[in-house]
Design a protein. Sequence first.
Length: 281
Amino acid sequence: MKIIDVRMRAPFGPYLEKGNMFDKEVRHPFALATFYRNFGCRMSASMAEASMELLLEEMDALGDVTGVVSMRRSAKGFENDALVELLQKYPGRFLGACGLPPEDADAALGILQKYVVDGPCITAFMEPGFAGLLMDDAKIGPIYAFCEQHAIPLLISYGGFHGPTDEYCKPVHAQQVAENYPGLKICLCHACWPWVEPAVMLAYRCPNVWLSPDIYALHVAGGQGYIEAANYMLRDKILYGSAYPCVDLESSVAQYLEKLHADVAENIFYRNAQAFFGVRE
């Protein structure tokens, strides 16, 4: 089976630093050591050992899997050069989403030019809520305009706990951006959870908005709404994401396969992401 996983944080560079994604000593509600249990998943060998080689084995066991690796802000900022090194070291295994500071448009435009327009990344990634910004804040406007002008699809963490309050993941703010920049492809990672039904309506209404509910379609209050949308209304607009290493790949894929209708599975796991990113066979 061909899979494009649009939300994968591989064990490399900044993600291996103390306090980051693979630190098993961290103790908070989202820590690697316990978070996966909330979604009916398990700790895989690659998660436990923070091993790239084991991750590649787990990917191969599921079929032809490509991971879209997005760069989050670390203590050192956005370490996009580490992402470039990953893409060079493992050609064909990963696609790059350079990380952007939504509060600093000038810096973000320089990153987009260097790593996407002139570099190896195919997309970019933002977390406006973590910067204390609503998605339709005017400060982010130049970033949206640049991505629209250069046909750069944009991944945005938008749901779950990405902001001080639930206001920071309401679909109404995303709709404003989608309507202001109709040529901009936007994928909302976490799919506005817990605002499930308005998120589905948003993606159904706006042709340039896709949803990737990832972990929030697994054993989560309201998550069945994303599955209903994937099986019917949004069979062309839902993108599979694991959110690895929040959960393991095997459990995530198995749960999606169990819930999805057979005739839409290829869309959700591969075709929709192929269309969103413009990936060729």
